[in-house]
Design a protein around this ligand. Structure first.
Ligand SMILES: Nc1ncnc2c1ncn2[C@@H]1O[C@H](COP(=O)(O)OP(=O)(O)O)[C@@H](O)[C@H]1O
Ligand SMILES: [Mg+2]
Length: 218
């Protein structure tokens, strides 16, 4: 155990930085996934959005967590073309609303943040689980985090459970037929391909886990 099982502003900044690194590294792979069932821009979109977020980091780190997440949401809505920008952007804005004025988040508050992010994505995109979207990674992640919390797990084990569930959710998109977003235009031809948005969602959660848990034992 650590003496301080919370997520602070420094870790939010580290999350955003690691997310920008991960999305940059995955840019071509995400674009390739989107080439198969979309319009080959998801990697480019996400990389552009998070490089914009990276450029804001020096000013963001002076702010409370809610303000940081709000700036991220606005940056993503403003700079990411396609469906993913407004979806992730709305997710970050909802996450900002439940962390307003906070300097540090308890494990429960992190759970509320993740839940709010998912609610924002669903509110904006109206996708239900099984539609082959980012919701298919985020929903099991939020559920796994909650389950870990209710069995008394600390922040890092709960985040690890969320990452594992998201990655499982990504794999589960492969046999799905898309019923939302651009991939739905393909009908049955969308079957057999991994969803790019679910993939980027798992990368975002993995970056959160790394930012909070590297260097911690628990
Ligand atoms: N209605 C929706 N709800 C949730 N996620 C969606 C929705 N529509 C699309 N997505 C996600 O967005 C991803 C595509 O993002 P992107 O390529 O950036 O946008 P676009 O489809 O406009 O080119 C998909 O892989 C899917 O995960
Ligand atoms: Mg696309």
């Amino acid at each position: 155990m650590t003496d301080r099982d919370t997520l602070g502003r420094k870790e939010i900044a580290a999350w955003l930085e690691l997310a920008a690194d991960a999305l940059q590294a995955a840019r071509d792979a995400l674009t390739e996934l989107d080439a198969a069932i979309g319009d080959a821009d998801h990697g480019f979109n996400m990389d552009r959005g998070f490089q914009k977020v990276r450029s804001l980091l020096p000013t963001l780190s002076q702010q409370d967590i809610g303000s940081m997440l709000k700036s991220v949401g606005m940056a993503l809505i403003g700079s990411v073309g396609g469906a993913a920008g407004p979806l992730y952007g709305t997710g970050f804005l909802r996450a900002a609303a439940v962390t307003s004025g906070q300097q540090e988040l308890s494990p429960e508050a992190v759970g509320s943040m993740l839940k709010a992010m998912l609610a924002g994505i669903v509110e904006r995109g109206r996708a239900t689980p099984g539609a082959k979207t980012m919701v298919d990674a985020m929903t099991p992640a939020v559920e796994a985090y909650d389950r870990a919390q209710t069995t008394g797990a600390g922040l890092c084990p709960a985040l690890q459970a969320a990452v594992d569930a998201a990655e499982e959710g990504v794999r589960a998109t492969i046999p799905m037929q898309a019923t939302k977003g651009r991939a739905s235009y393909l009908g049955e031809r969308s079957i057999g391909h991994q969803d790019p948005g679910a993939t980027s969602c798992a990368l975002l959660l993995k970056a959160l886990h790394s930012a909070v848990c590297r260097g911690r034992n628990a």
